[in-house]
Structures are given as structure tokens and as C-alpha cells.
Design a binder for this molecule. Structure first.
Ligand SMILES: *Cc1c(COP(=O)(O)O)cnc(C)c1O
Length: 368
């Protein structure tokens, strides 16, 4: 029992990442009321810091009280009504999940696909956008299932060409690579706390443009999810602080602490740290003779895909890393199941110490 309570891992999988002691300390602060003025001041500050990380002035920027997938669901349930058309890009697990969520909202989904491990081709999306008008165009910025970073720049123009709002999954990019919501013209974006923000899992920061907010206000049908209805959430998180649900007070303390650490570090410096540690990891893996299937120009610094060499037992290596080094890395998903590992360098886990531990542990495990 004691053993279980004190197990400390080094988290280099696809999330959660290592949580700094300042953030753990914030979690264990005394719980206070969700309408207590002290808490509300911290909630205001948390929302303001989230705007800085998202690169937005959107009023409706808030932490949804659930994990990243709930943020995804919040974007789709609010912006789609039954019979609407959605144009969705899929090159991994999370684009696929978006399509599934959109279908469950009653939308007709048109998919633009790329092979796993490659970026979406914006020209193909532009072509699909000519076929009809769409209510939303959705894509994943940082595809955690493959380690591909998508350049968002072309997509505002494509969304405009078919009358769509632009939805972006920034779960693994926020805090690790620049997201730039306003500059990229993103209308709805969601993230998660346990990836590059290095906070435990449990909250999903989201942000909605004025245009998205207006669209929700003009809906013909009520949002089918009461819990995720933006117009209700906006009454609590938007200023009046009208009770909707009990905000998870301690998780918000933790997010506040995690955002403070990110801003104190400096965002540019933080993004550079992720890039530099990723470069060091790529070099070390290649020295071990390992192949990185994702082309260098679209690699996502916070998550690296590594091909498992012929004849190596995936599960045995990962079990050994966990047992002998307390080190967690991720297995492959979908097309890469059993064929690749996923190594995370997210937030507090993107340090030289993490890179060298991982290289040493992998080196030893592959020898034996
Ligand atoms: C982790 C992740 C999600 C889902 O977040 P959960 O917190 O697991 O619900 C969605 N999209 C991407 C890109 C992710 O990496």
C-alpha cells in the first residue's frame, strides 16, 4: 500500500507529463467555496493566463471541468446542429475522434485524410471545401497519436471559402508550441491540462471567438448537452458567476500554478526548450540506430514517434523501462500499434535530464 502511494514515475509518454511540486502543492491547498471571492480572483487570473497561452483576447476562455475529450465535445455540440455539414481532417486517432463526435451531433461529416505519420495537405482540404458550404472545418494541431505538427496558417482562408467556423484541437500543442488563436483566426479551440501544461489530467481549457458565441446564441435547437452548453457555462465563467456546476476548485488552483510557471519561464523560451530537447532526443535515438518515421519538417517537438526495430518485443521493453527506470513511454496507436513507441517531451518532462535518462534506458533495454 505504502509502495503504491509513493511510486514516482518519470512520465515521458503521450501524457500525463511530470507534474512540478509547485503544482502538486497547489492541489493540496485547503478547499474553499467555488463562489468564495478568493477563489473567484484566482479563477479570473487563470482565465487571463489561459488567454495569454492561447494567444487570444476571446472573453469566452475557460477551463471545462473534465478532460480534453470534453473540450472537444464542447466545441462540436455547441457549433453543430442536426443536419449541419462538417469538414474534418483525419491523420490519426484524434481527427477520427472529432469525426465520431460530430456524427453523434447529427452532422454529415466529409473527411479529408492523410496517412498516419503525415500532415494534412491543405490543397486537398481547399478542394473539398469547394464541394459545398460547411458549418465547421476541424483539424488537429498536434496529433499525439503520430507526432505530427500541422501548420495552421492556410486553414482560416479555407474555412472562409466554404463559410465555416474553424475548430482546432490544441491538446498537445498548448504550452509546448505556439497556438496563436487570434492570429490564425481560430473560432473554437480546446486543450488539456496533462500534456504540455504539466498539470494533472482533469481540466480542458477552451476558447471561443465572438463569431462562435453569436452562432451558439442563434441556434434553432438547444445544445443537447446541458453540462457543456456554452451559453450556460458563460454565465459562470463569463463574469456574472451564476452557479452552473461546482467548479473543481483544487484543480483550478493547480492549473493556476502551472500557468504561472509557464508564463514565468517565458513562452518563447518554453517553446525553444521543447524544440531543443526534441533535437537532442532525435540525435540520440538516431545514434542508437532507431528510425523516426515522421519527416523532420512536420515533427512535433513534444511527441516523437520511434519505429520499434525488427524482432524487438514492444511490451517487454516498455515493462522493463517502467520496472528498472520508473520510466513511462507510450506504445503505438492505430496504424502504429506494436510498430512504434511514442516518447513525450511535454512541459516539465522536456529537460536534458529526461532526454538522457530515456536514451540510456532505451539503449540498455535494446542491448539485453
Ligand atoms: C490527449 C488528447 C486528447 C484527449 O484528451 P483526454 O484528456 O485524454 O480526454 C485529444 N486530442 C489530442 C490531440 C490529445 O493528445
Amino acid at each position: 500500500m505504502v509502495q503504491r502511494m509513493t511510486t514516482k514515475r518519470v512520465l515521458m509518454g503521450p501524457g500525463p507529463s511530470d507534474v512540478p511540486t509547485e503544482v502538486l502543492a497547489a492541489l493540496s491547498r485547503p478547499t474553499i467555496g467555488h463562489l468564495d471571492p478568493v477563489f473567484l480572483r484566482e479563477l479570473d487570473e487563470t482565465q487571463e493566463m489561459l488567454r495569454q497561452l492561447f494567444g487570444t483576447r476571446n472573453t469566452l476562455t475557460l477551463p471545462i471541468s473534465a478532460t480534453g475529450s470534453a473540450g472537444m465535445e464542447a466545441c462540436f455540440v455547441n457549433l453543430l446542429e442536426p443536419g449541419d455539414h462538417a469538414l474534418i481532417c483525419r491523420n490519426g486517432v484524434f481527427g477520427g475522434r472529432m469525426a465520431e463526435v460530430a456524427r453523434r451531433c447529427g452532422a454529415e461529416v466529409t473527411l479529408v485524410e492523410a496517412p498516419w505519420g503525415q500532415a494534412i495537405d491543405p490543397d486537398e482540404v481547399a478542394e473539398a471545401a469547394k464541394s459545398r458550404s460547411f458549418k465547421v472545418l476541424a483539424l488537429v494541431h498536434a496529433e499525439t497519436s503520430t507526432g505530427v505538427l500541422q501548420d495552421l496558417a492556410p486553414f482560416r482562408g479555407i474555412a472562409d471559402s466554404c463559410g465555416a467556423l474553424l475548430i482546432v484541437d490544441a491538446v498537445t500543442s498548448l504550452g509546448g508550441v505556439p497556438v496563436e488563436v487570434d492570429r490564425m483566426g481560430i473560432d473554437a479551440v480546446y486543450s488539456g491540462t496533462q500534456k504540455c501544461l504539466s498539470c494533472p489530467p482533469g481540466l480542458s481549457p477552451v476558447s471561443f471567438s465572438e463569431r462562435a458565441r453569436e452562432l451558439v446564441a442563434k441556434r434553432k435547437t438547444p445544445v443537447q448537452s446541458w453540462y457543456l452548453d456554452l451559453s450556460l457555462l458563460g454565465k459562470y465563467f463569463g463574469g456574472d458567476r451564476v452557479y452552473h456546476h461546482t467548479a473543481p476548485v483544487n484543480m483550478i488552483f493547480a492549473l493556476h500554478a502551472a500557468l504561472r510557471l509557464a508564463l514565468d519561464e517565458g513562452l518563447e523560451r518554453r517553446y525553444a526548450r521543447h524544440r531543443e530537447q526534441a533535437q537532442a532526443l532525435y540525435g540520440g535515438l538516431q545514434q542508437l540506430g532507431l528510425d523516426l518515421p515522421v519527416e523532420a519538417s512536420v515533427r512535433l517537438p513534444p511527441l516523437t514517434l520511434v519505429r520499434i526495430p525488427e524482432g524487438v518485443d514492444d511490451a517487454a521493453v516498455r515493462a522493463k523501462l517502467l520496472r528498472d527506470y520508473n520510466l513511462e513511454i507510450g506504445g503505438g496507436l492505430g496504424d502504429f500499434k506494436g510498430k512504434a513507441w511514442r516518447i513525450g517531451l511535454m512541459g516539465a518532462s522536456a529537460t536534458p535530464r529526461h532526454v538522457s535518462l530515456c536514451l540510456e534506458a532505451l539503449g540498455h533495454s535494446l542491448e539485453s
